[in-house]
Design a protein around this ligand. Structure first.
Ligand code: ZN
Length: 262
């Protein structure tokens, strides 16, 4: 039988079937302002990066869903993770760019969920993202109480997803760092509403500071966003291959056949 190579479907990336990407903010929630491109906002750049990550993953045979596909749509924080849960995604990555009250901090960082933040900066950032840039998302805040979060933490499924989240964050940082001219701020933890309740590895990626005098300018260039997207996509593919595919390939415990010697 002759099989034409061009007729074969693209081989799926190991370990990955369906990825949900979440471009931060949207609709009335602009996120952080682009200091060096007046009138441009984090929500636009986050969507641009997410679309490019999606294209790269789809080229590897991975099905990808975005929580929003335009800049006018307002999606609640809780709904974003619910989309990932409903689609039984292998992983969830929320994509953002950062800003601070006073310019100074620089670099890219990835977060996984913890009730206690790594440091004050991480806590302030999570508070900003949870408030959708100044507008409190009462819907999200109302649905996830401290009690709910504690119950989530006790859940065993969530425990593995939580452990994997740390590895996913590290995989993304490892791939973005050689591509960004700015520092690796590392893997951190914070109380991000958008990560609560995820039944799969879930991280917030913050690609850089829009108000830093050098990085802020860099982020306004299409090349910067292409490089960040490349790093995030490669990190996701690494995580699929090195964590999810390896786990799936491990022999599952089987029962001894009847009558077999002990
Ligand atoms: Zn954001």
């Amino acid at each position: 039988m002759v099989v034409c190579a061009w007729a074969l479907p693209v081989a799926a990336a190991p370990g990955l079937t369906h990825v949900v990407l979440d471009p931060g903010h949207g609709g009335p929630h602009d996120g952080a302002p682009a200091r060096f491109a007046p009138g441009r906002w984090e929500k636009e750049y986050a969507l641009d990066i997410a679309e490019q990550v999606a294209a790269r993953l789809r080229a590897q045979g991975v099905e990808v869903s975005l929580t929003r596909t335009d800049n006018d749509t307002d999606v609640g924080l809780r709904e974003r993770v619910n989309i990932a849960n409903r689609r039984r995604a292998d992983l969830f990555v929320s994509i953002h760019l950062n800003s601070t009250e006073r310019p100074g901090p620089v670099g890219h960082e990835s977060f996984f969920l913890a009730l206690k933040a790594t440091d004050d900066a991480a806590e302030r950032l999570a508070a900003f993202e949870n408030a959708e840039g100044g507008v409190v998302d009462a819907h999200a805040a109302g649905e996830v109480t401290g009690d709910t979060a504690s119950a989530i933490l006790r859940d065993l499924t969530w425990t593995r997803a939580h452990h994997d989240s740390q590895r996913l964050a590290a995989a993304i940082q490892a791939r973005v760092t050689p591509l960004s001219p700015f520092p690796n701020r590392g893997v951190k933890q914070a109380d991000f509403a958008v990560l609560k309740g995820a039944a799969m590895p879930a991280v917030v990626f913050e690609g850089g500071f829009l108000n830093h005098r050098k990085e802020g300018r860099w982020l306004t260039t299409p090349e910067a966003r292409t490089l960040l997207a490349q790093g995030v996509a490669e990190g996701i593919l690494d995580f699929g291959r090195e964590v999810l595919a390896r786990r799936a390939a491990r022999p599952q415990p089987t029962l001894a056949p009847r009558g077999a010697p002990p």
